[in-house]
Design a protein around this ligand. Structure first.
Ligand code: FAQ
Length: 356
């Protein structure tokens, strides 16, 4: 496995320019004072990024690059685990054993994505306890989308089709992110998200082709999830505080608006195949642009959700805090087991010597 989860901070990357510059600190013939030559380190970092190579945990990196990545990756990790809640709400009520098994696997995948991502953030020097503390105290965000309720079974389909679809559109370019552990984690995550998106599409298709009431339920879910899904891509480019720098560092490869447009262009024909409409009267093909035009997004709603005033913000955070508290004994037991295991292994290693 090549995920960051199993290969954290230990990957020196010989050959990258930044590693080369850092290595010069220790090299036998290195010039005195070179270790402190920040300009050389910055030059090497810039060259690595420009050459489309990866920055690895042991490479020198600007503080702002580290903190931007920590911010974005932590928000991403938090989104994965908070994102388990809206769909987990339907596991016990899934309409068949097949649907239940699929949904359980999907929700479990999201937990796994959280694990890969927390492990990847840890390679930047912030521990998981600190990250979770920031989530629980509201100092770090998670995606706005998970503050909306899943009101009917069709919402599970709409979340899969639209929310996972938006997530894939945003995350495929992150597989080429300049930070190695994040890029590698995203490869596996995207494969799984692709399965998630298809299960949502298939679920909605079944409902859309079902009874009149089932079709209406599917349409209602799509109507409610469409606009919040477009908000997942973040504020418009003109108001995106971090995009320019993140794109210069090749953390982000496309702007928020570019990815949002790509998502709209993908969804329109899929909605047609589903036999469902999208709730936007301004959605129309623009021959000149070669893209669909679409209506204005309600950015006031987006800001309200980010400020903690969405329909489910309080419920999501309370449930997360409760789950964390109730899981204390599991973490304690796992830590005790690990201690016992390491002591036991040590004892086993010592025994022959003692006997000798
Ligand atoms: N929600 O300057 P920008 C998933 C914040 S995973 C909340 O444009 P940036 C899988 C942003 O943090 C979904 N906050 O920021 C799944 C910043 O605030 P700050 C999560 C948002 O980072 C499916 C401020 O606004 N995916 O769905 C949002 O350059 C189903 C200014 O914005 C990721 O996290 C938002 N929607 O671009 C799981 C992908 N948008 O920190 C379960 C990785 C913006 O200054 C079930 N992240 N903000 O206080 C990214 O690609 C980027 O971080 C963006 C935002 C595109 C989200």
């Amino acid at each position: 496995m090549s995920t960051a989860a199993v290969q954290p901070a230990t990957q020196g990357v010989p050959g990258t320019a930044a590693a080369g510059a850092a290595g010069a600190q220790e090299g036998p013939g290195s010039a005195p004072g070179r270790a402190t030559d920040t300009a050389a380190l910055e030059g090497a970092f810039d060259a690595t990024v420009a050459a489309d190579e990866r920055i690895e945990p042991r490479d020198w990196m600007p503080d702002a690059y580290r903190s931007t990545l920590t911010r974005q990756m932590a928000q991403h990790a938090h989104s994965e685990i908070i994102g388990m809640q809206p769909e987990a709400n339907w596991i016990a009520r899934a309409p068949s054993l097949r649907r239940k098994a699929i949904l359980m696997a999907k929700v479990q995948d999201e937990a796994g994505h959280g694990l890969y991502l927390y492990s990847a953030v840890e390679t930047l020097g912030t521990g998981r306890d600190a990250l979770l503390d920031k989530l629980h105290s509201g100092r770090q965000k998670y995606s706005s989308i998970f503050n909306y309720p899943t009101l009917t079974w069709a919402d599970v389909g709409a979340v899969g089709w639209l929310v996972d679809g938006a997530a894939i559109t945003n995350q495929v370019p992150l597989c080429r992110c300049s930070y190695g552990p994040y890029a590698r984690a995203m490869i596996r995550i995207c494969k799984e998200e692709s399965f998630h998106q298809r299960q949502g599409y298939e679920l909605l298709l079944a409902l859309s082709r079902g009874t009149e009431a089932q079709h209406a339920m599917a349409q209602d879910a799509v109507n409610r999830w469409w606009w919040p899904s477009l908000m997942m891509f973040g504020p418009p480019d003109g108001e995106s505080a971090h995009s320019a720098q993140s794109m210069a560092w090749k953390i982000k490869r496309h702007s928020n608006d570019e990815l949002r447009q790509r998502f709209v262009d993908t969804c329109v024909p899929q909605a047609d195949s589903l036999g469902l409409g999208l709730p936007d009267p301004d959605l129309v093909w623009n021959e000149q642009r070669g893209h669909y035009d679409f209506g204005s997004i309600d950015w006031t709603e987006f800001r309200e959700v980010l400020a903690g005033n969405g329909p489910c913000n309080e419920q999501r955070l309370n449930q997360r805090r409760r789950a964390h508290e109730e899981g204390t004994w599991v973490r304690d037991a796992a830590a005790a087991h690990a201690r016992k295991h390491s002591t036991g292994a040590g004892a086993a290693r010592q025994e022959p010597e003692a006997m000798a």
